[in-house]
Design a protein around this ligand. Structure first.
Ligand SMILES: NC(=O)c1ccc[n+]([C@@H]2O[C@H](COP(=O)([O-])OP(=O)(O)OC[C@H]3O[C@@H](n4cnc5c(N)ncnc54)[C@H](O)[C@@H]3O)[C@@H](O)[C@H]2O)c1
Length: 253
């Protein structure tokens, strides 16, 4: 029970990685604020954590909305206490050749993946500082925060930004006893990547990007997130933990 009575807020909880991580935090004793833009899914997940014997509360939260973000933290303060851990995980992806990418679509990806992470992290950190409490921020970046790929201009840019943001927040918040780290997953089997696996040829190509010749599972990301959020990583801040089966380790010759 590494997270007994710790209050953990997860954004984008209803998706593959957020969902599994929320369940696992719940199973390890945390009070889980299950947030997503999709409130129906957040409620379902929250009920699942409760039926597993855990404590959870669902919230509708669009990470690009500052007022909603503030309200969620304030409601948590009133009902459960000051949030200990935030997992800034919500993200969207756009696959379009760069020359065809509409500016509106570029802005949408940057808004959710960069502005959304900043708003959740800053609101969380202000709340910790105001209540004189230490804190822990984990951000979901991506291998595409480290290298680029074809036709993912906005996504790659946004995920590189989250790595810069992780390092910057780690520098700014160390004095406040707030650690900030990121996970950089390779391809993980979730609703976001589902369509890769419908075609055998595409699936084989995607497997082959990773040195381990397979994609990852949400549980493998959840394990890394909970390590960074736990007292097993007390000297880690500004760290980028790849969970990518060797994708960014190098290229085969
Ligand atoms: N699946 C992968 O292969 C992979 C790899 C690297 C990084 N990631 C990153 O991991 C994170 C989670 O990805 P996933 O695969 O679980 O995706 P997913 O699509 O399964 O889940 C994303 C969740 O975010 C929510 N969301 C979307 N816009 C939102 C907003 N404005 N506010 C709040 N919630 C919003 C969605 O409703 C969904 O529940 C993302 O940041 C993604 O970029 C995923």
């Amino acid at each position: 029970m590494r997270f007994k009575d710790k209050i953990v807020l997860i954004t984008g909880s209803a998706g593959g990685i957020g969902f599994k991580t929320a369940l696992d935090f719940g199973n390890e004793g945390a009070i889980v604020a299950v947030t997503d833009i999709d409130f129906e899914m957040a409620k379902k997940l929250s009920n699942q954590i409760i039926s597993n014997g855990g404590v959870a509360e669902p919230f509708q939260l669009d990470v690009t909305d500052l007022d909603q973000t503030k309200n969620v933290f304030e409601t948590l303060n009133e009902k459960h206490g000051v949030c200990d851990i935030v997992f800034c995980n919500a993200g969207i992806r756009e696959i379009t050749p760069m020359l065809d990418l509409e500016f509106e679509d570029w802005k949408k990806v940057i808004d959710v993946n960069v502005n959304g992470v900043f708003l959740s992290a800053q609101t969380f950190a202000k709340n910790c500082v105001k209540h004189n409490k230490k804190g822990n921020i984990v951000i979901t970046s991506s291998t595409l925060g480290i290298v680029a790929a074809n036709s993912r201009c906005a996504y790659t840019t946004s995920k590189h930004a989250t790595i810069g943001l992780t390092k910057q927040l780690a520098m700014d918040l160390a004095k406040n006893n707030i650690r900030v780290n990121a996970v950089a997953p390779g391809v993980i089997r979730t609703p976001l990547t589902e369509r890769y696996f419908q075609d055998k040829e595409v699936a084989e190509k995607i497997n082959g990007i990773h040195a381990m010749n397979r994609v990852g599972e949400p549980e493998e990301v959840s394990n890394a997130v909970r390590f960074l959020a736990s007292d097993e990583s007390t000297f880690c801040t500004g760290s980028i933990l790849t969970v990518d089966g060797g994708w960014t380790a190098g290229k085969f010759m």
